[in-house]
Design a protein around this ligand. Structure first.
Ligand code: NAI
Ligand code: MG
Length: 366
């Protein structure tokens, strides 16, 4: 059977950027003889409009069956008034929870042509290619007890950082597996100097490494020092492994090393399926961008690079993933820019669809 993809384009610019990914899927079918079984469904506000829920049980069941889910973005001002239980983002949260996507991959990749966009000096970021692996389903955002309580005559806000050994082990495995497909280096970040969960984190990561991945180069760093190093010399890293809280901060910081939100892909991976590949959902980091939706201005590259990640991590097509990334690199080097990539020197931006066509032309030339 052909590998299967469920496309959930969602709201706002979601369908606009996903249209460009569909062109690329079509290109692989026509030009490379690589055919995907693609189905499409609704998530978020559009699903609420059609069915009164941001994700139907039928869509959820489909997501569990396919090899990879590609998601655009959800949400928009129209839905801000909805009850919390049917808000668009609840559709996304349900997918993440029921697919048990515990490992969130956020690459920070700097294309040379965009190095001037970085908040850092050009030579610090040019050619940068790192991935942050963030634990996504446990830790301080979920630990119990949590709440605002009264203690004596004042209120106290409580969250609990809690990690079990198995939760640490599975995300560590996902980082080591990833490292083997890349630079074979993992740096694990926690605060073992001040946190019990950090001590356990460091121990378990080291144990999994020694038993199962001794070939991968492992180092440990305190997360605060890691933040410093990420600014000072990010190219020292390959894969950074960290928990939910530190990963939230470090991945946003790493994002700014590389420039526009319209460029950033992500993957969320779960446990291996029967075919050995992990359950997976791929999506751009950006949201539905209501301010530019419907105007053909959105940058489709984040979504296109998310598809490239799917090629690499769900379909074992690493060379084809590289082909897509190189095509994006060429288009940027040729000076093709959507509006979000225009520097102060100005110029004429291209539309979403023209950017997709330029990537296709670069693929043709590859
Ligand atoms: P956003 O990411 O949608 O937009 C932030 C800014 O970046 C806007 O000025 C937007 O025009 C720009 N931008 C984002 N993606 C772009 C692209 N591909 N090309 C060019 N410019 C781009 O975040 P915001 O405005 O905070 O949220 C808007 C809506 O999206 C809200 O309803 C929010 O809940 C939802 N959202 C959904 C996410 C998801 O589906 N995973 C993630 C973040 C927000
Ligand atoms: Mg964040």
């Amino acid at each position: 059977a052909n590998p299967s993809i469920l496309i959930l384009a969602g709201d706002g610019i979601g369908p606009e950027v996903m249209a460009e990914v569909k062109k690329i899927i079509g290109w692989f079918d026509a030009k490379r003889g690589i055919t995907f079984d693609v189905s499409e469904d609704l998530v978020g506000g559009c699903a609420y409009d059609a069915h009164g829920t941001p994700l139907t049980d039928a869509t959820m069941a489909k997501a569990q069956e396919v090899d990879a889910v590609l998601l655009g973005a959800v949400g928009g001002p129209k839905y801000d008034v909805l009850d919390f239980s049917v808000k668009p983002e609840r559709g996304l949260l349900r997918l993440r929870k029921e697919m048990d996507l515990f490992s969130n991959l956020r690459p920070a990749q700097c294309f040379d042509a965009l190095a001037d966009f970085s908040s850092l000096k050009k030579d610090v970021v040019a050619g940068l290619d790192i991935v942050i692996v963030r634990e996504l389903t446990s830790g301080v955002y979920f630990g119990e007890p949590r709440g605002i309580f009264t203690e004596g005559n004042e209120r106290v806000g409580i969250n609990t950082q809690r990690y079990t050994e198995s939760e640490i082990a599975r995300v560590a495995r996902s980082a080591f597996e990833l490292a083997r497909r890349r630079g074979n280096k993992v740096c694990s970040m926690e605060k073992a100097n001040v946190m019990e969960s950090g001590i356990l984190w460091r121990e378990v990561v080291q144990e999994i490494h020694d038993k199962e991945y001794p070939d991968v180069q492992l180092s440990h760093m305190y997360a605060d020092a890691g933040a410093m190093q990420l600014c000072r010399w990010p190219k020292q890293f390959d894969v950074i492994l960290t928990d939910n809280l530190f990963g939230d901060l470090l991945s946003d910081m790493a994002a700014m090393l590389t420039g526009s939100l319209g460029m950033l892909p992500s993957a969320s991976l779960g446990a291996p399926m029967a075919n050995g590949r992990p359950k997976a959902l791929y999506e751009p980091v950006h949201g539905s961008a209501p301010d530019i939706a419907g105007q053909g201005k959105a940058n489709p590259i984040a979504c296109i690079l998310s598809f490239a990640m799917a090629l690499r991590y769900s379909f074992d097509l690493g060379d084809e993933a590289t082909r897509v990334e190189k095509a994006v690199e060429k288009v940027l080097a040729d000076g093709v820019r959507t509006a979000d990539l225009m520097g102060p020197e100005g110029g004429t931006p291209v539309s979403t669809s023209a950017m997709g066509d330029a990537v296709i032309a670069a693929l043709d030339a590859s």
